[in-house]
Every structure is written in structure tokens, then in C-alpha cells.
Design a protein around this ligand. Structure first.
Ligand SMILES: [Fe+2]
Length: 331
């Protein structure tokens, strides 16, 4: 047995040389170094345990206020619950998703937006995921677009799964939403307005070459109708032309970076982008809200980037559209 030197500067080099020579090395020759090494190992183990077992299950609900030009005042305060990137798997399976559904239903939203990546790579998980999500409740229904991972199965499978769950699949099309509840959260007894409406548009996934905003917005060229667009990939913002009115895009895809030590993110989990990571990104009249998503992919870890249910509230704005800061609350 050869004792390593007591000098910290030579410690690592010495151990590496001994290990390379096939000599058995006793770790931590110096008591102080040994103590520091043990503390570092404990911290690393604890951090990994937290990132693997605790934070991915620790759901946060985020409130977002979006001011939209000419939004009908009789539906001021319209609420959309936004879920994305479920990635149904063992870690984020039935029990976890049931908690997500329960929390989402408790928000009493007018509609639910589901912006893709229901599965990882196993197409058989789609039906299991949809079976749990089918318990989502909202008067104006649940609206679906696909993410890149959902292309591990066919579009026919997705359509059938949506039909079974009672969801609306709106890839590269739009519908005019006539809200069921005519309310104004500031003035609850506002006069009923049967003309109150806005468009909900959906686009396919950008990575899969299915993102066609022109097709989704066909018929809305006059720019008079407020538009909320569902797009798995937030980069759709770069595809919108100046004459295409889109007030708000709801997106996911990045998982917020998923692992963000000291507030930074690994770009590999952010689609290589530093612009589109999480929260609100603005460009002229269009706002994109990028949710951190519900599940995980690649590594089943989250650090400083909790799973998110976003509650988006739409308000009437005077001149131009606006977006306010977000307030998260735990759940
Ligand atoms: Fe995803």
C-alpha cells in the first residue's frame, strides 16, 4: 500500500499515476481531504436524488396575464389551462398525471390547451396517457396539437386517441371559439354578448416539417379576430409573417432547459436556443408563452426547473397587446 502525498496540489495527479500503474490507492490520504471528499460525495448524491426523485414530481402552477388588442370585453379574464410535454413514462406515469389532471381541473379554466409530446418513443403509451388526460374538464373543451415525439406514432393513431378522449385535434387549422361562459371576471354581470369570439389555431410540429401557420390562419387575413395559436415548438414565432395576426402562441418543447444549475440551462435540452427557453418571449404584436412542461425526456432529471401547469388569462388591451410578469404558486 502506498500512501498518497499530503499536499492537495499533487493529490489528484499522484492518485491518477498510481491507478494507471495498477497500484491500489487508498482514497483521501490526508484527513482534511478525506473529509472534504466525503462531504462532496454526499452533496452530489443528495443533489442527484433531489433532481431524480423530488423535483420532477413537484408541480408548480404558473399564472400568466396576456392583454390582447380588441379582446371581447364580455369574456375578459378568459382562462386557458396549458399542459405540454407529458412524456408518459414510468417516472411520469399514471399517478403523477392524475395529480396533474386534478390540479388542472381545480383551476376552473374555460378551456385546456395540450401542446404535444404526449409520449417519449413508445407509441403504445399514447392510449395510456390519453386515458388519464381524458378526465380533464373545461366547458370549451381540450385542444390538441402534436409534438416531435408524437411522430413515433401515426397521425391516425393520434386522431383516434383524441376522439376517444373527447379532445379536439387542430393541426394546421383553426376554429372560431364562441365561449360557453360569458363572464367578465372584473364585472361578473356584464351583458351577454353573443358575438364574443376569438380564434384558436393549431400548427403541426416544426422539426417534423408539419408546421404550416399560413394554412392554420387561412380565412383570418383581415386581422380583426384575436388569435391564440397552439404550437409545440416556440420557434414558430420566427415563421410568422408581419400581416399574420397571432396574439398569443402557447408552446413547450424546451422543458425550460430541465436542468438549470444556478439558473443557467444546458443548451442540449433547449433545442440549442437561448432565446426560446421558458416564460414569455415577445415579437411585435405576438407573445409566445413557453411552458417548462409536465414530464421529462433525455435525462429523467429536473433541477431548478419544476414541472409546470400554466394558467393563461386573457384580457382586453386598449392599444397594443401586452404581457405581464408571471407568478408561480406551488401545488
Ligand atoms: Fe418534450
Amino acid at each position: 500500500m502506498i500512501e498518497p502525498p499530503d499536499y492537495p496540489g499533487k493529490y489528484i495527479r499522484h492518485n491518477a499515476r498510481m491507478a494507471a500503474a495498477g497500484v491500489r490507492v487508498r482514497l483521501g490520504g490526508h484527513p482534511k481531504l478525506r473529509k472534504q471528499a466525503r462531504a462532496a460525495m454526499k452533496a452530489l448524491g443528495g443533489g442527484l436524488g433531489y433532481a431524480a426523485l423530488i423535483e420532477p414530481q413537484w408541480i408548480e402552477t404558473t399564472q400568466v396575464n396576456i392583454g390582447i388588442r380588441d379582446f371581447p370585453s364580455s369574456i375578459n379574464g378568459y382562462k386557458i389551462a396549458h399542459l405540454t410535454d407529458m412524456h408518459y413514462n414510468i417516472a411520469a406515469g399514471k399517478n403523477f398525471l392524475q395529480r396533474v389532471v386534478k390540479k388542472t381541473n381545480a383551476l376552473d379554466a374555460d378551456m385546456v390547451a395540450l401542446t404535444g409530446d404526449f409520449i417519449g418513443s413508445d407509441p403504445r403509451k399514447l392510449d395510456r396517457c390519453m386515458a388519464v388526460l381524458s378526465d380533464l374538464r373545461a366547458p370549451d373543451g381540450c385542444w390538441v396539437v402534436r409534438g416531435n415525439h408524437d411522430h413515433h406514432t401515426t397521425v391516425e393513431h393520434m386522431r383516434a386517441a383524441c376522439r376517444e378522449a373527447g379532445f379536439h385535434f387542430i393541426e394546421n387549422t383553426h376554429v372560431i371559439m364562441k365561449p360557453t361562459r360569458r363572464h367578465n371576471h372584473r364585472h361578473p354581470f356584464v351583458e351577454r354578448d353573443d358575438e364574443a369570439s376569438f380564434a384558436i389555431a393549431g400548427v403541426g410540429d416544426l422539426w417534423e416539417g408539419d408546421c404550416r401557420p399560413g394554412l392554420a390562419l387561412q380565412g383570418l387575413e383581415d386581422g380583426k379576430t384575436p388569435v391564440v395559436m397552439l404550437s409545440h415548438n416556440p420557434h414558430v414565432l420566427d415563421l410568422l409573417l408581419p400581416h399574420q395576426r397571432v396574439d398569443l402562441v402557447l408552446s413547450g418543447h424546451t422543458h425550460g432547459g430541465q436542468v438549470r444549475p444556478l439558473g443557467r440551462h444546458f443548451r442540449i435540452l433547449c433545442d440549442g436556443s437561448t432565446k426560446y427557453v421558458s416564460g414569455i418571449v415577445e415579437n411585435n404584436e405576438t407573445r409566445v408563452y413557453i411552458s417548462r412542461g409536465v414530464g421529462t425526456s433525455a435525462f429523467r432529471l429536473r433541477w431548478n426547473c419544476r414541472p409546470e401547469i400554466a394558467l393563461i388569462q386573457l384580457h382586453r388591451a386598449g392599444g397594443t397587446s401586452t404581457a405581464s410578469s408571471t407568478d408561480g404558486f406551488s401545488g
